[in-house]
Design a protein around this ligand. Structure first.
Ligand SMILES: [Zn+2]
Length: 427
């Protein structure tokens, strides 16, 4: 399974789409000059994809022992002076806002907030590893010339988490994060181009503490070796406070960027004076593992659009099923089927205007097309047509929807699995 490769991928390997063009054509997102460049908004179909993605992430995080938190997108300037962002990352931050005697800034990362939340309560070694997750906003003062679509934005929603743990637990935690990344890529039908061990380079961007860099780099190498993934070490790509494992993807134009990251950090815990009480009753310094399964929601959705060309995996599709009544007589049956879809948590619409073939063409990105003629309406059945043009013999409506809902719940890439019938419950 690692690195993820699914049968679904073969089709897209040679063709990728420009997500900016497709995003507008499919009414997923857009921008307005009055809101500003690099500040896209999400239209209902794009928001449906994003919500499904966020629900998936929160669900896998819950199952992996993470607890979710919320924290504000603003913080005082002093917070970023302590974290080191002010000294090392200032150019990428928005200018501070003056509020009387204090200055607040839009946060450039979630780490300092999470470190303070950990520090706000006493912790015993028994609570570690403590896994804190949030899909939260962060901001980057990109110049308008480099902004475009969802990949270079000024307001970012990051799938972030920080694991506070003992030094002995750090490798296992980072390794588990790589497993979550691999499983997510399988469910999303995407593949990394390579794993990169990002090390510091020349220049003053990085905190000066050679021992810290060596310790963290050695642990990350151990993680990569244990995971058995080939990787390339590259200087000049680290975070200012430590090395990281970056999972790299390419866009439609062949440009490489980082989607997911895993970091082992000794620097922030020291800056924030984090501690826990050990088995010996003394205070000890925890390690912070920073990790993001799918990186920013914006970049992840941009990549999904480019890889799938709008034909998203069924569990992500803005419209999972379209009901196509053959004539007006079947509209009541179509409405009843659409209602059952909603009850099962499926996103469904009815298309009743125009010829059947034209409606099928219009719905070519919708994973499931449910055709209801006079025979189906009378028998309570439905004829399913899949997005890949496969057609199925009429099935009882409850069975058809039950199978689709099960595939969606399992985050499967295949649109139909005749073998699953026996394990589903039908109504
Ligand atoms: Zn972090």
């Amino acid at each position: 399974m690692f690195p993820g490769r699914s049968p679904h991928d073969s089709r897209e390997e040679t063709v990728m789409y420009d997500h900016r063009k497709l995003g507008r054509e499919l009414d997923l997102f857009d921008t307005d000059p009055l809101i500003g460049s690099g500040l896209p908004y999400w239209l209902p179909d794009g928001a449906a994809v994003r919500l499904a993605l966020e629900e998936y992430i929160r669900d896998v995080e819950r199952k992996a022992g993470y607890r979710h938190v919320y924290s504000p997108v603003l913080g005082k300037r002093e917070l970023y002076e302590i974290s080191g962002h002010w000294a090392h990352y200032h150019e990428d931050m928005f200018p501070p806002m003056d509020l009387g005697a204090e200055q607040v800034v839009l946060r450039p990362s979630l780490c300092p907030h999470h470190a303070l939340m950990f520090r706000s309560r006493g912790h015993s070694y028994r609570e570690l590893p403590l896994r804190m997750a949030e899909i939260g906003g962060m901001y980057r003062a990109e110049l308008s010339g480099v902004l475009g679509g969802l990949t270079r934005v000024r307001a970012i929603q990051l799938n972030d988490a920080h694991i506070f743990c003992t030094p002995d637990q750090a490798v296992d935690e980072a390794r588990s994060a790589l497993d979550l990344i691999a499983a997510a890529y399988d469910a999303l039908g995407i593949q990394p181009v390579r794993y990169r061990l990002s090390l510091p380079g020349a220049g003053g961007k990085y905190v000066a503490d050679p021992e810290l860099w060596e310790r963290a780099s050695a642990l990350l190498v151990e993680v990569l070796k244990e995971a058995g993934v080939p990787y390339e070490a590259e200087e000049g790509e680290a975070a200012f406070y430590g090395p990281k494992i970056d999972v790299q993807i390419v866009d439609h134009a062949g440009r490489e960027s980082t989607l997911s990251t895993v970091q082992i950090d000794f620097y922030q815990p020291a800056r924030f004076d984090l501690e826990y009480t050990g088995q010996d009753g003394a205070h000890h310094r925890p390690v912070m593992v920073h990790r993001s399964i799918i990186g920013s929601i914006e970049r992840a959705v941009a990549h999904l659009i480019e890889v799938h060309g709008g034909a998203f995996p069924a569990w992500l599709a803005p419209r999972q099923l379209i009901v196509l009544p053959i004539s007006e007589d079947e509209i009541p049956a179509a409405e009843a089927l659409a209602s059952r879809c909603l009850e099962l948590g499926l996103r469904a619409d009815i298309s009743a205007q125009g010829s059947l073939s034209a409606r099928i063409r219009t719905a070519h990105l919708t994973p499931y097309q449910a055709i209801i003629g006079a025979r189906e309406a009378a028998a309570g059945t439905v004829s399913l047509r899949l997005r890949d043009s496969r057609t199925l013999p009429p099935l009882p409506a409850g069975e058809a929807l039950g199978r689709i809902a099960a595939l969606v719940r399992a985050h499967r890439l295949d649109l139909w699995d005749p073998e699953t019938g026996s394990i589903l419950s039908f109504n």
